[in-house]
Design a protein around this ligand. Sequence first.
Ligand SMILES: [Zn+2]
Length: 210
Amino acid sequence: MHRLIEKLIKKRRQPLTITSRVSSVTNVFVQAIIPSVKPTEDEVLEALTILGASPDHPECVYCGAPATDWDHLRPFVKGRRPTGYIDEIRNLVPSCSTCNNSKGGQDWETWMQGSAAQSPAKRGVKGIPQRIARLHAFEAWGNVQPIDLAALVGEDVWNAHWNRRDEIEKLMFSAQAEAKKLRSTIRAAMGKTRPGSARTRKGPGGPLTP
Ligand SMILES: [Zn+2]
């Protein structure tokens, strides 16, 4: 079977849920408040030198593939709150999208050596200890300390911001519960008019989910 056909029939994605976007909401609540510091070209070149990366063909610091992204070495978000690390050259490293997506919000060193899907260790990347040493040198050069954001803005303003996020999360959960009912209603109504629509995922062919 062609993989495109297989993708449609066997590996068909589950329908999206509203609650699957809760972490995106958290991310924007963090990214909407943290500053982004534009680097100079000299600063970028200095950072690349420390990382041993070529300015003409920068490689992913984690695995050595051609870099396509700038990854935040220290993530912005942990446990649904900002870590205090911001968008600045001293917290940015060239990476490939595979590493960027696999790493997510994890600690970089643990992730590199861990067994997450597509982590450098999992993919058998060569020279992991050397790559880790370079990133330690980069961290020592950057000497980035997390900012105590709550103390900067004041506790009341800070709590109000996060209470809004929490409210939105609650709304997303109740919206999802309602959406599930709507889907069932629509699905049941379709069963009367569409051939094959009575099938479930477990049934023959299984193209529709309840
Ligand atoms: Zn990579």
